[in-house]
Write a protein that binds this ligand. Sequence first.
Ligand SMILES: Nc1ncnc2c1ncn2[C@@H]1O[C@H](COP(=O)(O)OP(=O)(O)OP(=O)(O)O)[C@@H](O)[C@H]1O
Ligand SMILES: [Mg+2]
Length: 581
Amino acid sequence: MSDIKNDKGIVLVVDNNPGNLRLLENILTENGYKVRPAISGKLALMTIQSTLPDLILLDVRMPEIDGYSVCKKIKEDNVTRDIPVIFISALDEPINRIKAFNVGGVDYITKPFEAEEVLVRVKTQIEIRKMQKKLAAQNKQLQSEIAEKKRTENQLQKIRQELEIRVKERTKDLEVANKNLQAEIQQRKDAQRQLQQAQKLEAIGTLAGGISHDFNNILTIIHTCSQLVLTEISREHNAYVNVEKIIKASERASTLVNQILTFSSKHQTTNFSPISIVPIIKDALDLLKSTLPPHIDLIINIDIDKEMISGDAIQIYQVFMNLCTNAIHAMEKQEKGILKITVTCHLIADDKRSQYLPLKEGHYIRLTVQDTGEGIAPAMMERIFDPYFTTKGKGRGTGLGLAVTLGIVEKHKGIIHVDSNLHQGTIFDVYIPILKNSHLPPIKSQASILKGTEHILLVDDEIDLLHTVQLLLEHLGYTVSAFESPVDALREFEQHPDRFDIVIADLTMPVMNGKQLTKQIKKLRKALPVLISSGNQSEILEVEMEDLGISGFLMKPFLKNELAESIKHALSTSENISFNL
Ligand SMILES: Nc1ncnc2c1ncn2[C@@H]1O[C@H](COP(=O)(O)OP(=O)(O)OP(=O)(O)O)[C@@H](O)[C@H]1O
Ligand SMILES: [Mg+2]
């Protein structure tokens, strides 16, 4: 049997009886096992340290250290504990077997033994051991696979969480981008609407500018002549009331012309100065209270003090009156109504700017006119600022009120917000920037009729107007030399330059306009005061007035008081100039 290869496993055989030892060695070797023989327990423990056997055949009774103790030691050592130990002994009592199993033995063979029995038991235990090893290896592999799987799962979980966070962030970014896009689209729509509005207003402005000159001349004649008639007849006279009506009507017509003119001077802000809004609103409220229908309650809340804006008082008055008139009209069919006026300071913070575009961050005066009237239908909302858009009956509304109001507010670098609910009411909010570090100009003295005796050179190509103004001035005590032709006027002046104290000239005249005439006159008498009159202030710039040395501008149609005050003012300032010279 020597040809059998010794690869079935290594068996450590321990027996103090050399005969037994050899017999076992032979049996096992012949059956393909490698055998390590050990003649004592001590030797067996030493051999085990150098080569780990696959199985131990261990005798029980041995001197010095018996089989039980050897087995115990083997089982205590982590390296050797898994090696199966088969006891082989002549002791055949159950107690011996029990002890053998208690110390860790896996089998017990009694002597004398059959070689076959030994071989079968050895083979069985070695195979069990092999399978145990295989199982342990598989188990280890499985555990490492499980651990790997867990690691992968954890990583996957982490990636999933990261992905979710990124998706959330991206969604948020997209939402913000979408919101911004919507805002931009809205902004563009608004800008387009504003552009269309501006173009319409400009077209009307150009037209209005063209006719306003003649129209104002006519109105000046009507107004001035009526004023003159009033000074010549007594209050008891039958015509007195009618003449008063003519004056009122011409003033209304003049307001209307000014409404239209607001378009043509849309970008002109030369009349702007620091003004306080409260006195203007209070003035307008006085008028409003006297004309307010009894079924409307007025609530006023003015919560600003010295805040000022850069603007034109008359135009602000116009804005306020237009909004209030509309509010009152909206409530006229109701039994009861409330008109609420609020004036407050309002801070537009940077993060809220989008609601107030194109306004910048800063402090604004907010003027609110709120009514409980019929409201504005959503379909109408787009059109209410269009010139000539009106829902009022024929002869009741021109449809210019809000168009003018918007033009004025924009000229004051402000905006208008409208909020309306049908059958519930409307709120108009006007925002105008507050002027930083401004001071109120000195309050003008109460206007009074200022008479004078000076000599006036009056020039206007409108013959009727010329005579009317001449009469008015003479009525005030002045001596007047009136000329229809600027060329004749200049000739007269050249002959008697020292005869005159002041010149009043129309701006638009054929052959020689007011500016050219002023230039010629100033060549002879630099300090002589000159007043220029016109129906449209946008025709002359403030810088031009300064360059030419013009003392003032008279907007047609002018009231008697305005005319008298302007003359007095021009005369007094030119005296100063002459004195300084
Ligand atoms: N407070 C309001 N309540 C309801 N509708 C209003 C209000 N303000 C304006 N409107 C609507 O807007 C339209 C245009 O107003 P706007 O002031 O421009 O002209 P109008 O009042 O009709 O005429 P005008 O002011 O020239 O006499 C009005 O006809 C009306 O339909
Ligand atoms: Mg109106």
